[in-house]
Design a protein around this ligand. Structure first.
Ligand SMILES: Nc1ncnc2c1ncn2[C@@H]1O[C@H](COP(=O)(O)OP(=O)(O)OP(=O)(O)O)[C@@H](O)[C@H]1O
Length: 252
C-alpha cells in the first residue's frame, strides 16, 4: 500500500493535497518502458465523485496507467497529478486493488489482518488501534464479509479473497479508489454484487475501474474511456455492448 514519505502520521493527511480541484489531472503524458513506447500524449481530468471505467485490449497500457496514477512509475514527459500534487508525492488518499495479488499460500494471515493492512493509522497508540479495527470491520461489513474476520485468507475462494482486497482498499476511506479488473475470476453473482457496491461508493470516493467486463462498463458509471497507447473518451452512445466489442477488435 502507498505510504507517505513524511511519516508524521498526525498531520500528513493535511499537507499533501488540494481536495477541491480535480482528483486526477494528466497532461500531455508519455510513458515508455525503456525504448518501448507504451502510452502517448494522454490527457485526462477526473472530478471528485466520478465513477469511471477504463477499457482497452490486452497490453494497451491500462495497468501501466494505474501504476502512473499510484506514482509507482513516472512519466517520461508531461504530468500526472493527484489532488494537484505529482502522483509520486501523493500518499494515503488512494486505495488500490491490484490485478494480481500474490500472498504466500503458506503464510498464515487472517482476513481481518489483511484488511487491517489498509489502515493508514498503524500506530503504537491504542486510540488509533481501536479506530483501525473499527474501520476494518466497517469495510468488511460493507463488502459483506463481516463474519469472516477470523478465517485464514488462504482458505477463501477467489471471489471471497477479492472482497477482502476491496475491503482492504476502502478501509481508510480513500478519496480515490483504483480497481484493476475487480470482477475477473469472480462468479456472475459476485460480479453483480461488486458493481452494486462500487456504485454505492459514489459520492464518497472517486472510483476508476479497469474492466473487460461489458456489464460493468454498461452499468452505473459516469464516463468510460479506451486506453490503447493513447486515450479516447467514449460518448454515452458508444457505451453499448455491441459497439464496445469493436475496441477489442482494433477497429472503431
Ligand atoms: N515492467 C515492464 N517492462 C517492460 N514492458 C512492460 C512491463 N510491464 C508491462 N509491459 C508492457 O507494457 C504494455 C502494456 O502493459 P499493461 O499491463 O499496462 O497492459 P494492460 O492494458 O493492463 O493489459 P491487460 O488487459 O492484459 O491487463 C504491454 O506490452 C506489456 O508487455
Amino acid at each position: 500500500m502507498h505510504s507517505c514519505h513524511d511519516h508524521n502520521h498526525e498531520n500528513h493527511q493535511h499537507h499533501c493535497h488540494d481536495l477541491e480541484g480535480p482528483v486526477i489531472e494528466i497532461k500531455d503524458m508519455f510513458f515508455s518502458y525503456g525504448e518501448k513506447n507504451i502510452l502517448q500524449d494522454l490527457s485526462l481530468e477526473v472530478k471528485h465523485g466520478e465513477n469511471i471505467c477504463v477499457i482497452g485490449p490486452n497490453g494497451g497500457g491500462k495497468t501501466t496507467l494505474l501504476k502512473l496514477l499510484l506514482g509507482f512509475l513516472r512519466p517520461a514527459s508531461g504530468s500526472v497529478k493527484i489532488f494537484g500534487t505529482a502522483a509520486h508525492h501523493t500518499c494515503d488518499q488512494i486505495g488500490y486493488v491490484p490485478q494480481h495479488v500474490k500472498l504466500n499460500n503458506n503464510f498464515p494471515i487472517t482476513v481481518k489482518e489483511v484488511v487491517l493492512m489498509g489502515c493508514h493509522l498503524h500506530s503504537i497508540f491504542s486510540r488509533h488501534k481501536k479506530a483501525c479495527h473499527d474501520q476494518a470491520q466497517e469495510a468488511m461489513d460493507f463488502m459483506r464479509i463481516g463474519d469472516l474476520g477470523k478465517q485464514q485468507f488462504n482458505s477463501l475462494s477467489g471471489g471471497q479473497r477479492q472482497r477482502v482486497l476491496i475491503a482492504r482498499a476502502i478501509a481508510s476511506h480513500p478519496a480515490l479508489l483504483l480497481l484493476d479488473e475487480p470482477t475477473a475470476n469472480v462468479d456472475p453473482g459476485s460480479a453483480e454484487d461488486f458493481r452494486e457496491l462500487i456504485s454505492k461508493l459514489k459520492g464518497q470516493a472517486t472510483v476508476l475501474t479497469v474492466s473487460h467486463d461489458i456489464s460493468f462498463i454498461t452499468g452505473d458509471i459516469d464516463r468510460a474511456f479506451v486506453v490503447n497507447r493513447s486515450l479516447q473518451d467514449l460518448s454515452p452512445q458508444e457505451i453499448h455492448a455491441d459497439k464496445l466489442m469493436n475496441y477489442y477488435r482494433g477497429g472503431k
